[in-house]
Structures are given as C-alpha cells and as structure tokens.
Design a protein around this ligand. Structure first.
Ligand SMILES: [Zn+2]
Length: 147
C-alpha cells in the first residue's frame, strides 16, 4: 500500500483504516449477485453445452454447507453455496458447469464427465476444491440431488 509522506502515526492509522474499508467495499462489489450468476450460467451453457442446459433459476444459497452446488432437474433449479463466492472465477464456473451438466446427465457416470471435459479447467478446479476440503473447510464434493 502506498502511504503519502509526512503523515503522523495517528493520521497514517486512520488513512490505512479508510483504505481497508474501501478495499473491502470493492471486494464485495466484485462478487457476483444472483442475476450475474444466471447470466454466467447462460454463457457457460452456450459455450460448452451448445446452450442445451437451460436452468429456470440459478442462485446463491447460504444453507448449503456440505455441498458446493446442487441441482433439481425437475425444477431446472441450480443452487451454489455462498462459500464459493470468494473463490477464483474458474472454480465458480466449474461448479456452475457441473450443475448445468446435471440438467443433461444425472449422476457421475462417464457421460457426465465427458461433458465436463469440454471445460479446460475441470481438473484444476477439482484440485482446488479438494484442497479446500483437505484444509478442513468443507466435508464433501459437489453433489446433485438428482442422484
Ligand atoms: Zn454432481
């Protein structure tokens, strides 16, 4: 952080506090809202699944602590854990694609993983999430209620 010269210690402390608050505000603006999440799902579906996965709703949920994401194909609803919000975009995209793929293929058979192979960062994202799990922050992998 660049601190202007000739500040007293008290001024400096106050300035740092203000800057940290500004950064925190920027950080929360950077996070995707539900509307952006739905747009992103549409874009990912178009890019990787020829637009075949068409969720009716896509939203963040805070009551999902053992799963990264879930999907109810009968309703076309996809829910992502709010815990993903601070993770890199490619990880959020992977979980979103994972749930979108469940709209097309239930379960985790070869056909399912074949769909996800189209996304170049699948392995990397899975590794990232496994690392988070290993660090003890969450107990499970993404699952689908469709199984
Ligand atoms: Zn799954």
């Amino acid at each position: 952080m660049l601190i202007p010269a000739r500040m007293s210690e008290a001024e400096e402390q106050r300035w740092v506090t203000v800057m940290l608050e500004k950064l925190a505000a920027q950080e929360s603006r950077r996070r995707l809202g539900d509307a952006e999440l739905a747009e992103r799902a549409e874009r990912l579906s178009a890019q990787y699944f020829e637009g075949r996965a068409r969720p009716a709703t896509v939203r963040w949920v805070t009551n999902q602590n053992t799963r990264w994401g879930s999907c109810t194909p009968a309703e076309g609803s996809i829910r992502l854990s709010h815990r993903l919000r601070d993770m890199p975009e490619y990880v959020v995209d992977y979980v979103l694609l994972h749930e979108l793929a469940h709209l097309l293929v239930p379960g985790h058979g070869p056909r399912f993983w074949q769909l996800l192979e189209a996304y170049p960062r699948t392995e990397r994202a899975r590794g990232y999430l496994e690392g988070v799990v290993a660090a003890g922050r969450l107990p499970h992998q993404p699952e689908s209620s469709a199984e």
